[in-house]
Design a protein around this ligand. Structure first.
Ligand code: ARG
Length: 489
């Protein structure tokens, strides 16, 4: 930062800011300064803060509220500030409390009175609400493309595992055989809804508070629609009190983020279970696991475990924001400064988690081959063996008997006897001789073995949304068409 002897130094401005104005008889204590300052976390809003200021200044000039030269000077000053911040040379000052005052003070230092005119018809209350919305809008766009990348990763693995069969559970007990692809696609559905939720939240985030001023609007003839257009926002807040004080857009974002993390957490739990040695359905690449400092044989699934843990942190931020808002009277209150850290941490946690999961599941592109490598390894025989253990095709035998004319309840009871007999012999239903099966019901014929096999069971569940390979392939095609334009996030 170059020192310009003719204008007050940054430090002088800073010490002026300690006592807000002539009205104050003493400066803030250091403790209070530290307690009330937000600059060390809200400085990440700098880019949108400058964008918002430029849009405001452009409008002020267009409306004849400030001179064209002032707008030109503001632009020039902001360009320099942008450079300084990007180069890591900006001197952020605690004394200047927050990102807004830091940038404005530097602007005034650089361009003099034009800098002091920027705040005409504006308050930090509508400024910060605008900044947070603009920032969150950009992050939602990134998160949306990361959600698409994760869905794509799951679809890629699904594509290779349509015919791989594992036991589907209810109550974590073997229920019916399902395709591993079908299982993965269940998560694709969840993340697709999450994506839709994010886009829905975005519509309500992308509305302009500027022009609400401190709380009541302003006496200057502002053109708020113009500022909204400049900033690519879809509308303006229609009530100034609401515009400066509302944070429900942040709350609903955190609610949508919590659902994403909840889905990640469920998937994590399954990955951890599948990796357990007594299950052994999958392996994840070593780079997503850690060893133990005492047990040399260990490879721990730290990444899925941490993601499961971090879901608690994100849900916690949602609770924090809800509690922050509850009971706040209109309009702006300083409480709202506390919206930032939970919101920022939610975004950071979500982005990291989505990135790491897409890579852990489908692997990374090897630039030499163009193919993805290092995703999860599927142990199809282990899945199959597990599916053979719990009489997963018992429902199929019941359905078979229904097709032979038995009422379903009677078929259910007949099969229970067959399962009991098979259990006593320690064999699967498909391993019982035909004559034994016919002892339970004379209508049973040799074709029963078609439905008692895992493939027969799977292939028969052809209803829309069912696990039959023909359905699963149709779903994969639908997702592929939907996910074609995955952004490189
Ligand atoms: N740093 C403040 C925040 O994050 C900016 C708005 C301050 N407004 C005020 N009237 N003190 O909310």
């Amino acid at each position: 930062m170059s020192d310009q002897p003719t204008t007050p130094s940054h430090d002088q401005l800073a010490s002026k800011a300690q006592a807000w104005s002539a009205l104050f008889s003493e400066p803030m204590s250091d403790l209070v300064k530290r307690y009330t300052a937000s600059v060390f976390f809200d400085q990440r809003l700098w880019r949108v803060d400058i964008a918002g200021s430029l849009a405001h200044a452009e409008m002020l000039a267009a409306q004849g509220i400030i001179a064209a030269q002032d707008y030109a000077a503001i632009r020039k000053g902001m360009a320099q500030i942008t450079q300084e911040i990007e180069a890591g040379q900006f001197d952020w000052q605690l004394d200047l409390e927050d990102v807004h005052l830091n940038i404005e003070a530097r602007l005034t230092q650089l361009v003099g009175d034009a800098g002091k005119r920027l705040h005409t018809g504006r308050s930090r209350n509508d400024q910060v609400a605008t900044d947070v919305r603009l920032w969150l809008r950009g992050e939602i766009d990134l998160i949306e493309s990361l959600l698409r990348a994760l869905q794509t990763a799951l679809v890629e693995v699904a594509e290779k595992n349509v015919e791989v069969i594992l036991p589907g559970f209810t109550h974590l007990q073997v229920a019916q055989p399902v395709s591993f692809a079908h299982h993965l696609l269940a998560y694709v559905e969840m993340f697709a809804r999450d994506e839709a939720r994010m886009l829905d939240v975005r519509r309500r985030v992308n509305v302009l508070p500027l022009g609400s001023a401190a709380l009541a609007g302003t006496t200057y003839p502002l053109d708020r629609e113009r500022v909204a257009r400049t900033l690519g926002m879809e509308g303006v807040c229609q009530n100034s009190l609401d515009g400066v004080s509302d944070r429900d857009f942040a709350i609903e974002f955190c609610a949508a983020a919590s659902l994403v993390m909840l889905h990640v957490s469920r998937l994590s739990e399954e990955l951890v279970l599948w990796m357990n040695q007594s299950v052994g359905f999958i392996r994840i690449a070593d780079r997503f696991t850690t060893g133990s400092s005492i047990m040399p044989q260990k490879k721990n699934p730290d990444v899925p475990e941490l993601a499961r843990g971090k879901s608690g942190r994100v849900v916690g931020h949602l609770m924090g924001l809800i509690t922050l808002m509850k009971g706040q009277p209109l309009a702006y209150n300083k409480d709202n400064q506390e919206d930032k850290e939970p919101l920022f941490d939610t975004v950071d946690t979500l982005k990291d988690t989505l990135r790491i999961f897409a890579e852990m599941i489908a692997g990374q592109v090897n630039p030499a081959t163009g193919a993805k490598e290092g995703g999860i390894t599927v142990n199809a025989p282990a899945m199959r063996a597990a599916a053979m253990k719990g009489y997963a095709t018992a429902t199929d035998l019941a359905d078979y008997l229904v097709k032979k004319g038995l009422p379903f309840r009677d078929a259910h009871e007949t099969v229970a006897h067959a399962v009991k007999a098979a259990q006593a012999q320690g064999v699967d239903l498909s391993e019982l001789p035909l004559a034994t099966l016919q002892g339970f019901n004379a209508a049973i014929e040799a074709d029963v073995f078609d439905v008692l096999s895992l493939e027969g069971s799977l292939g028969a569940r052809k209803t829309l949304g069912g696990t039959a390979p023909v359905q699963v392939r149709a779903q994969i095609a639908r997702h592929r068409a939907r996910l074609v334009d995955v952004a490189k996030a």
